[in-house]
Design a protein around this ligand. Structure first.
Ligand code: 13P
Ligand code: SF4
Length: 311
């Protein structure tokens, strides 16, 4: 690895100083998803999975929430904390899976299954949440589906998470056809190869992976679940089946353990858009404000609140 130029190091230090000063001045909290760039995770007040970040957003006493993640995450914060200013440093940081469904398409699915309850993964727009009965994250999807008072569940938008949940539920699950392009970069053959190369390693998969990949896993969980699993495990080697941003904290918290990816890069380009530069600009110019129209917000909040009550 090449050593960065001294001018660059100085520039980065100046950016960090500015972010630290501005977060105090604005009474801001910086939340970062576990897939964010290392340096963004490092400067954040709180890093977590979607569930933990939703909880933080609903209970923070800060005036400003800067969300280092993708658009639906900032939107969820705006839904849960309407009195706060929610900023998304890069407005274009979206989630392709969330964009695979919209409210009219969900209404059409609902019209074909009028007896079903709608469970929507938080990776969705506010308008889709507003059309849903309850939300879930990868950490609580099984619990949420099993908690609903119906035999039939429309599960949107992730077909792989829907399939994973169906392994632990007697309910009839109608999956929507969405998926995460990043987790689809993990192929079963590549996992088999990694397992053959590292026979002592445990394979941990995110439930957004293909069912054939989940079949190969020793453990399946959300991103934060992976930190917990690795910390408690007696094993020393792990093959990681999710976006590679998670390696930063895994390596930091477990310096004696070794981590492998089943592919060279498992990367979500949207999660990587947020840099220290954009974060500093976000606090400097108070942009980009994420707001949700009140009628949609109230309906979407019901679905999120129901989820937060289940766990
Ligand atoms: P979790 O961090 O909740 O496991 O979510 C993964 C993800 O893909 C977020 O976009
Ligand atoms: Fe969306 Fe997948 Fe990126 Fe998460 S990792 S934001 S689900 S595209």
């Amino acid at each position: 690895m090449t050593t960065p130029h001294p001018d660059y190091i100085e520039y980065v230090e100046a950016l960090k100083d500015e972010i630290n000063a501005l977060r105090k001045e604005r009474n801001a909290v910086i939340l970062a998803h576990n897939y964010q760039r290392d340096e963004v995770q490092e400067i954040a007040d709180f890093c977590g999975d979607s569930l933990a970040l939703s909880r933080q957003a609903s209970k923070t006493t800060a005036d400003v929430i800067v969300f280092c993640g993708v658009h639906f995450m900032a939107e969820s914060a705006a839904i849960l904390s309407p009195q706060k200013t929610v900023l998304l440093p890069v407005l274009e940081a979206g989630c392709p899976m969330a964009d695979m469904i919209d409210a009219p398409r969900l209404r059409e699915v609902k019209s074909r299954h009028p007896d079903a309850v709608v469970v929507t993964y938080v990776n969705s727009s506010a308008a889709v949440k507003a059309e849903s009965d309850i939300c879930c994250t990868s950490a609580n999807a099984v619990k949420v589906v099993n908690s609903v008072d119906a035999k039939k569940v429309i599960f949107t938008p992730d077909k792989n998470l829907a399939h994973y949940v169906s392994r632990f539920s007697d309910k009839e699950i109608v999956p929507y056809e969405g998926f995460c392009p990043t987790h689809h970069l993990i192929f079963p053959d590549a996992v088999r190869r990694a397992k053959a190369e590292h026979p002592n390693a445990l394979f941990i998969a995110h439930p957004e992976c293909l069912p054939e990949v989940v079949d190969l896993a020793d453990h399946v969980c959300s991103t934060s679940g992976m930190y917990e699993f690795v910390r408690k495990s007696a094993a020393n080697e792990f093959i990681i089946g999710t976006e590679m941003g998670i390696l930063y904290r895994l390596r930091k918290e477990n310096p004696q353990k070794v981590f492998y990816l089943p592919a060279r890069h498992i990367l979500c380009p949207n999660m990587k858009m947020t840099t220290l530069d954009w974060l500093a600009q976000s606090l400097r110019y108070m942009r980009h404000k994420v707001e949700v129209p009140e009628d949609i917000r109230l309906k979407a909040k019901q679905a999120l609140d129901r989820m937060l009550e289940v766990i």
